[in-house]
Design a protein around this ligand. Structure first.
Ligand code: PMP
Ligand code: GLN
Length: 373
């Protein structure tokens, strides 16, 4: 079956539309990172490295997370956050275990959970005004083993506020849940800084943080990610990782270690955030002008927006938008457990170069190419 990203790429290609569907940057990260990668590909390592990751990258990660995790026993390098999530879930779940997932959610989650024998249990994120919130009253009472918490959140841009985070942590402690925290967008926030759920009382010992260089350094294709967890959870996760990919790409581990150090020393993460904030502003402005109702993301690089037509089929809405405005979003059907919940919802990614976002702005705010939105 063709996935929604490929369907959208084809639609955008056919009409030469600005494609804001797939959440992948159309730029390749900072140049010092490329230089480090070129050196490592030339000089090695060329063979397998330690399954848990090179000492160099684990040390760079320990520094990146301000010493919060021990590089020897608490940090594992994986092939992207996707593998970290897979290893985390596989090491924690027994057949039939429930996994709470705030919804809408990244569409990889339910298949990942099922492939580890688990059972996805959706918890609604509700739109209130121009943002999404989680109501602790919506957390189910029994039967769950884990919470899969993505913040900053794809696709809503949700970042739990202090009270939401405290309620989630308190719930996890009360029900003895493991929290698998997907923090791939940890560097991308536009107001309050990101705070990991692992930093709340009682949470460090039950949380596996999964993240990666994909969005942090804009190199999704390098497949370098990591899992941070206390030694007990790390040992179980490493047992799965060893027989999944054995190790992440060796020369690129060297490059990511150099890139993280360079970015930390030069303030590059803040500069990247400032650039994203401009693109976010352009997209919000354009969607509002075109009559859509966008939610304001607190983090990540997506705007989730409602079409001007109530109850709209999202694929039809995208088709109309591409034909009339020359801009493509992503239909949210596979981000919901029940397709009808995606009615009228398209996600727009703003991880594209500024001229591309400006072009999208012109198209969304200018005169119609054909017909109506
Ligand atoms: N989690 C979320 C929420 C994502 O949006 C994505 C897509 N980048 C991933 C995980 C996958 O990350 P990676 O490329 O590190 O596997
Ligand atoms: N995580 C990205 C998104 O949500 C890319 C997913 C993909 O290309 N499969 O758009």
């Amino acid at each position: 079956m063709r996935d929604v990203y490929t369907v959208t790429d084809e639609l955008a290609g056919r009409f030469d539309a600005v494609n804001l569907g797939r959440g992948v940057p159309d730029f390749g990260g900072p140049s010092p990172l490329h230089a480090a990668a070129a050196r490592a590909v030339r000089d090695g390592p060329h063979q397998y490295v330690a399954s848990e990751g090179t000492r160099e990258l684990r040390a760079a990660l320990a520094e990146h997370y301000a010493g919060a995790y021990d590089p020897d026993t608490e940090i594992t390098v994986t092939a992207g956050a996707t593998e970290a999530l897979r290893c985390a879930l596989a090491s924690v779940l027994a057949p039939g275990d429930g996994v709470l997932i705030p919804e809408p959610c990244y569409d990889a989650y339910p298949p990942l959970v099922r492939s580890c024998g688990g059972r996805p249990v959706p918890v609604p994120l509700r739109r209130e005004g121009d943002r999404y919130v989680l109501d602790p009253a919506d957390l189910p009472v029994a039967g769950a083993r884990a919470l899969l918490l993505n913040a900053p959140h794809n696709p809503t841009g949700w970042m739990p506020g202090e009270a939401e985070l405290a309620a989630l942590a308190e719930f996890a402690v009360r029900h003895d849940l493991v929290v698998v925290a997907d923090e791939v967008y940890e560097q991308l926030w536009y107001g309050e800084p990101h705070r990991s759920v692992a930093t709340l009382p009682g949470m460090r010992e039950r949380t596996i943080v999964c993240s990666s260089a994909s969005k942090t350094l804009s190199v999704c294709g390098w497949r370098v990610g990591w899992a941070l967890a206390p030694a007990r959870l790390t040992a179980a996760l490493r047992d799965v990782h060893r027989f999944t990919t054995f190790c992440a790409p060796a020369p690129l581990q060297a490059a990511v270690a150099a890139g993280l150090r360079w970015a930390g020393e030069t303030g590059w993460f803040a500069a990247q955030r400032a650039e994203y904030a401009v693109r976010r502003g352009l997209l919000l402005d354009a969607l509002e002008a075109a009559g859509w109702s966008p939610a304001r993301p607190a983090g990540a690089f997506f705007v989730l927006a409602r079409t001007p037509v109530t109850g709209d089929d999202p694929f039809e809405a995208n088709d109309r938008l591409v034909r009339s405005r020359g801009v493509a979003g992503l239909p949210m059907t596979t981000f919901h457990s029940r397709p009808e919940r995606a009615a009228g919802l398209l996600r727009f990614a703003f991880c594209k170069r500024l001229p591309v976002m400006e072009d999208a702005h012109r198209r969304l705010t200018g005169s119609l190419v054909k017909g109506d939105v």
